[in-house]
Design a protein around this ligand. Structure first.
Ligand SMILES: Nc1ncnc2c1ncn2[C@@H]1O[C@H](COP(=O)(O)OP(=O)(O)OP(=O)(O)O)[C@@H](O)[C@H]1O
Ligand SMILES: [Mg+2]
Length: 334
C-alpha cells in the first residue's frame, strides 16, 4: 500500500449502519448537535468559561473564535465531558456530556489542541487504534485522506513533526465520519497547502450532513468554511451570528483620493478619518456611508473606493485594546 497503512489489529466485522448523510439528517430533525446552557468552568480563581449558552444544529459548521486564553479548549473539554462544569450543562445530540460521556462520545470525533498520541506507535497503527476506539471507519476514505494530507503513516509518532502529528489526529477524526467533529484549533502547525486540504475536508463533511465545531483564531479559515460564528472573549460569548450577520458590526472603509491637498470634510457622526499619503483620506464609517459620500461629492475626487469589513477587521473591532464592543465606541467627527 503506497501510504504504508497496515492493519495491526484484528477487527470485528462492521455493523451495518445507515450512511452518515442520512444519520445527519435524522439528527437535524431531533436534537441539536451541541447545546450548552449556562456552561461555566472555574479553575481556582480563574473563570475560564462564564455561563455559555450555545446551540449548534445538526449539519451546521460553527466557528468558535477567540484569542489565547479565551476559553475555547475549556469549552471543548466540557462538551466532551473531560472536565466537570462548575455549573450549567451541555448535551451532544441530546446526551449529557458529563453524566453520560460514553453515550455522548458515540457520535463524536475529536481533535485536541495539544495532541497526546502514543509516541511509539506508527501513524498507521495510531489511525487504526483511534478508528477502533470510535468503532466505525471508512477505510477507503481514510486512505484518500492520508494521500491528500500527504502523510507518511510508516513513521512513528515520536519521529513526526508537530504539523504531521496534527495531520494524524485530523485524518483519524475525518475518517470516522462521525456525526459531530469537535476540532480544537485543528490547523495549528499545518502549512498553507494542508490548510487547503483541511478546508476541503470540512466542506465535504458539511456536504455529508456532519456537524462541525471548529475552534480557531484563524479568521480567514472560519470565514471560508463556517455557517455561523461565535466570538469568545475572556470566557464570555460576546457575539454570535452568520457571517452576513456579523459584517454589519465592523466599520466600512472608504478611501478617497483628491487632485491635490485633501480638503477639510465636515464632521459627521460615526465617521473618523486618517490621512494616507499626500492626497488621500481613509475613513472608517460606523453606520450608513451615504452622508460621507455626499460630503465627498462636493470636492474634486480622483478616485473613491468602499469595502465591507473583513472578518479580521470585525475581530479587531471586538478585541480592541479598549475592549470596545459595537455601539460603545466613540463616534468622533472627521
Ligand atoms: N487545567 C487548568 N487549570 C487552571 N487553569 C486553566 C486550566 N485550563 C485552562 N485554564 C485557564 O482557563 C483560561 C481559558 O483557557 P483555555 O485553554 O480554554 O483557552 P483557549 O481559548 O483554548 O486558549 P488558546 O488559544 O491559547 O488555546 C485561561 O486563563 C487558562 O489559563
Ligand atoms: Mg486552546
Amino acid at each position: 500500500m503506497s501510504s504504508g497503512l497496515t492493519d495491526p489489529f484484528v477487527r470485528p466485522p462492521a455493523k451495518p449502519r445507515p450512511p452518515a448523510q442520512l444519520r445527519g439528517r435524522a439528527g437535524a430533525q431531533s436534537e441539536p448537535a451541541i447545546q450548552a446552557r449556562g456552561l461555566t468552568k472555574r479553575y481556582g480563581q480563574v473563570l475560564a468559561l462564564d455561563a455559555l449558552d450555545l446551540t449548534v444544529q445538526a449539519g451546521e459548521v460553527y466557528g468558535f473564535l477567540g484569542p489565547n486564553g479565551a476559553g475555547k479548549t475549556t469549552t471543548i473539554r466540557l462538551l466532551l465531558g473531560l472536565h466537570r462544569p462548575t455549573s450549567g450543562s451541555s448535551t451532544l445530540f441530546g446526551v449529557d456530556s458529563w453524566r453520560q460521556p460514553v453515550r455522548a462520545h458515540r457520535r463524536v470525533a475529536y481533535v485536541a489542541g495539544e495532541s497526546s498520541l502514543w509516541p511509539s506507535l506508527t501513524g498507521a497503527e495510531t489511525l487504526e487504534f483511534l478508528g477502533r476506539m470510535h468503532g466505525e471507519v471508512d477505510r477507503a476514505h481514510r486512505e484518500e485522506l492520508v494521500r491528500r494530507f500527504d502523510l507518511d503513516t510508516r513513521k512513528r509518532i515520536r519521529a513526526l513533526s508537530k504539523g504531521n502529528r496534527q495531520k494524524v489526529q485530523l485524518v483519524a477524526a475525518l475518517a470516522t465520519r462521525a456525526d459531530l467533529l469537535l476540532l480544537d484549533e485543528p490547523t495549528a502547525g499545518l502549512d498553507p497547502l494542508m490548510e487547503i486540504a483541511f478546508r476541503e475536508a470540512v466542506t465535504e463533511a458539511r456536504g455529508r450532513g456532519q456537524s462541525v465545531f471548529l475552534s480557531s483564531h484563524i479568521l480567514s479559515e472560519v470565514e471560508a468554511v463556517c455557517d455561523r460564528i461565535g466570538i469568545l472573549r475572556a470566557g464570555r460569548l460576546i457575539d454570535e451570528g452568520s457571517l452576513s450577520d456579523m459584517r454589519h458590526l465592523g466599520a466600512h472603509t472608504v478611501e478617497a483620493t483628491f487632485e491635490g491637498e485633501p480638503p477639510a470634510i465636515q464632521p459627521l457622526p460615526g465617521v473618523s478619518s486618517v490621512r494616507v499619503g499626500s492626497n488621500a483620506l481613509r475613513f472608517e464609517v460606523d453606520g450608513p456611508v451615504g452622508p460621507l459620500i455626499a460630503a465627498l461629492g462636493e470636492h474634486q475626487l480622483v478616485s473613491l473606493s468602499s469595502r465591507a469589513p473583513s472578518l479580521e477587521e470585525i475581530f479587531l473591532h471586538h478585541y480592541a485594546p479598549d475592549g470596545g464592543a459595537p455601539g460603545e465606541r466613540d463616534s468622533g467627527g472627521v
